[in-house]
Structure formats: structure tokens, C-alpha cells
Design a protein around this ligand. Structure first.
Ligand code: NAD
Ligand code: TYD
Length: 353
């Protein structure tokens, strides 16, 4: 019988990329546990939804009764935990859900998983991978990189909630000997990205000839990683990561925001020229800066490359071209998100499962 693996947040952007990878390329039997907030979209999993090694369960990670029940029912060999509130701007206007899901939810999941783990006869075959972000390390100046030894210095409600969850996970290892691995990854981009984050928002606004909002002077720097490269890193961390350790994931693709936006505009000029003869970059609008906007994130991924043999397959130029092409080819996915139909689709297809 194949081993069972829980993925939380598997209907989100990165979670769905991971679930597609696991279902298509591994022998694990995958249970996707997701509350289906606004960010959860089962249409992103259409390609694998009928696979024999995939099941979906709608559940909130804060609901201990339900989560305990799932551990007892499926007896997983491990869990890769991605469920979270993930958008910095939303955390600034409404931090409560971030505290509930990212901190209290992770605490609850740890306790349910620990109770289950303690009941196991053979404890050698269980691992809890906690998926986190480089934003826990704070903001860099012009030089330097984050690495596993960088001190935590979160500065937004989102990054503070993720840092809190990382610290809880570490504490469960040190105090209870609970088998964890933590990953901290840079900004992801790619197919099925919810169009509130920079890259999908710019692509979709451009295609609708809406203005392209760039915060502040556009000089803030992010280190971009194609989502499938992150998913492969998570699988490696689960299968080969050393218990109690953390792994920083990133592909050395630093770009400032205005460079990112201009690159998207040039690719669109080439692939889908505007009928009015203008350039997409004419739509760029500099807007009021984000409060507490972190200046620069950049990662040193040497440890995961050296110890686990991870290597990104895409650089920014290849990944961003693929991403723009995906959005051009998958207008229906975006239209369903924008109209809210993706949630109707979920109810229609899943309410009786
Ligand atoms: P996302 O917002 O696209 O998806 C989050 C998923 O979690 C959604 O499907 C949502 O329904 C689910 N969820 C939210 N609250 C839940 C709850 N209480 N119970 C169960 N499910 C719940 O996020 P993402 O961008 O795919 O990020 C996934 C993880 O990776 C997060 O933990 C995030 O902090 C981390 N991360 C993200 C990035 C990035 O660039 N997006 C980078 C590094 C790390
Ligand atoms: P975002 O995709 O929200 O990711 P994060 O804040 O987690 O890094 O933002 C990426 C960068 O783009 C960040 O510096 C903020 C900036 N940004 C804009 O300039 N305009 C926008 O409309 C958005 C959503 C982000």
C-alpha cells in the first residue's frame, strides 16, 4: 500500500503546484486539506482531481477535532504544511486571519500531529515539513543574502505571523523531539497564481488595459523563484531533509519591481501587441508605497543545493515567459477567479464528497 502524505493548503498557489507534482510523479497517496478561503481554488487541481492517489478534504487547520480525526483515519507518513494567509497587503489591512491561521492554526496542527506521532509504534517514518518564507528574516540593504543562520527580524503582520509559526515548529522539535524540517523560500511566481500578488496582477491588468500599480519608486527588490522549482525543493526537504534543520530556497533571481513590470510588458508587446499600437508599459502608474515596505529580499540557497542536490530548472527570463504564456492560454481560470465563479465551481463539484 502506498504511503499517505498530508498537504495543507493544497488548493493554493504553491500547494496546488506541489499536489500536482506529488500526484503525477510519486507513489504517495495525497490528502489535500484546505479550508478553501478566497485563495483556495480547486480548479487549479482539475488535471489530477480524479487520480486514484488524490483526495480532497475541506477543513480548517484550527479545527482540532476534524484534524485529529483525519490523522486517525488516514495515518499519514508525513505532512507538508502550506496552509496560511499569504498576502502582505491583506495582513496590513486585516491581521486577524493571519494570527488565527498562521500562528494558532500551525500550533493546532503541531499538537494534532504530535498526538498522532506519539501513538505510532515505528516513529522513524514520520516528518512534518513547515513551509515558510524569506520574509521572516526582515529586509536587506543593497548587499548580502539571507541564509539559515540569519536572525529573524520580521516587519509586517504577515512575516511576523510566519516567524511565530516557524518558532513554534522549532520549539516542538527541541522540546518534544517532534520530527520537523523548515523551509524558507523567496517570492514564488508561475501558473495558477492568485491575481492579487505583483506578477499575476500586472499580467492580468495589462491584458485588460488597466493601470499597472507600482508601489513607491519601484526600486524594491525581490528574489523570484518559479513555483515548480519550489515544489521540487519541498519534496526533497520531505524525503531527504535532516530532522530539526531548516533549508533556504531561492534561485538567485533578484529583480527590482519596475524591472519585473517592464519585463512583463515587453513580453506582452511581443506575444499580444496592443491593437491601439501603444506599449503595455504606458499603463505603468506609480502609486502610494506600502506601509513598512521591506526594501530587499535575497537568498543564499547553498545549503539545499549542496546537501539535498536541489537546483532550479528555470531562471527568471525563462520562467516569466512561461508564466505570461500560461496566463494568455488560461483566460478561463482567471475569469473564474475574477467573477467569483471558481467558488461556485467548488460547491457544485465537491459539496457531497
Ligand atoms: P495561497 O494564499 O495561494 O494559498 C494558501 C492556501 O491555504 C489556500 O488554498 C487557502 O484556502 C488555504 N488556507 C488558508 N487558511 C486555511 C486554514 N485555516 N485551514 C486550511 N487551509 C487554509 O498561498 P501560497 O502563496 O501558495 O503560499 C503557501 C505557503 O507558502 C504559505 O505558508 C506561505 O507563507 C508560503 N510561502 C509563500 C511564498 C510566495 O511567494 N507565495 C514564498 C515563500 C513561502
Ligand atoms: P507581492 O507580490 O505582494 O509579494 P511580497 O510583498 O510578499 O514580496 O509584492 C511583491 C513586490 O511588489 C513588493 O515589493 C510589493 C510590490 N507590489 C507593487 O509594486 N504593486 C502591487 O500591486 C503589488 C501587489 C505589489
Amino acid at each position: 500500500m502506498s504511503k499517505c502524505l498530508f498537504v495543507t493548503g493544497g488548493a493554493g498557489f504553491i500547494g496546488s503546484a506541489l499536489v500536482r507534482l506529488l500526484v503525477n510523479n510519486t507513489k504517495y497517496s495525497i490528502i489535500n486539506i484546505d479550508k478553501l478561503t478566497y485563495a483556495g481554488n480547486l480548479e487549479s487541481l482539475k488535471s489530477i482531481e480524479n487520480s486514484p492517489n488524490y483526495s480532497f478534504v475541506q477543513a480548517d487547520i484550527c479545527d482540532s477535532e476534524k484534524i485529529n480525526g483525519l490523522f486517525n483515519k488516514y495515518k499519514p507518513s508525513g505532512i507538508i504544511h502550506l496552509a496560511a494567509e499569504s498576502h502582505v497587503d491583506r495582513s496590513i489591512t486585516g491581521p486577524n486571519e493571519f494570527i488565527q491561521t498562521n500562528i494558532v492554526g500551525t500550533y493546532n496542527l503541531l499538537e494534532c500531529a504530535r498526538t498522532y506521532y506519539n501513538s505510532l509504534g515505528d516513529k522513524s517514518d514520520f516528518k512534518f515539513v513547515h513551509v515558510s518564507t524569506d520574509e521572516v528574516f526582515g529586509s536587506l540593504g543593497e548587499t548580502g543574502y539571507f541564509s539559515e543562520s540569519t536572525s529573524y527580524d520580521p516587519r509586517s503582520p504577515y512575516s511576523a505571523s510566519k516567524a511565530s509559526s516557524d518558532l513554534l515548529v522549532r520549539a516542538w522539535f527541541h522540546t518534544y523531539n517532534f520530527p520537523i524540517v523548515i523551509t524558507n523560500c523567496t517570492n514564488n511566481y508561475g501558473p495558477y497564481h492568485f491575481p492579487e500578488k505583483l506578477i499575476p496582477l500586472i499580467i492580468n491588468n495589462a491584458l485588460q488595459l488597466k493601470s499597472l500599480p507600482v508601489y513607491g519608486n519601484g526600486k524594491n527588490i525581490r528574489d523570484w523563484l518559479y513555483v515548480d522549482d519550489h515544489a521540487r525543493g519541498l519534496l526533497l526537504a520531505f524525503e531527504c531533509g535532516t530532522i530539526g534543520e531548516s533549508y533556504c530556497i531561492g534561485g538567485h533571481n533578484e529583480r527590482n519591481n519596475i524591472q519585473v513590470v517592464n519585463t512583463i510588458c515587453s513580453i506582452l508587446d511581443e506575444l499580444k501587441p496592443r491593437v491601439d499600437g501603444k506599449r503595455y508599459s504606458d499603463l505603468i502608474t506609480f502609486v502610494t508605497d506600502r506601509q513598512g515596505h521591506d526594501y530587499r529580499y535575497a537568498m543564499d540557497p547553498s545549503k539545499i543545493m549542496r546537501d539535498l542536490g536541489w537546483k532550479p530548472l528555470e531562471d527568471f527570463d525563462s520562467g516569466i515567459r512561461k508564466t505570461v504564456q500560461w496566463f494568455l492560454d488560461n483566460k478561463e481560470w482567471v475569469e473564474h477567479v475574477q467573477s467569483g465563479d471558481y467558488q461556485k465551481w467548488i460547491n457544485k463539484n465537491y459539496e457531497n464528497r
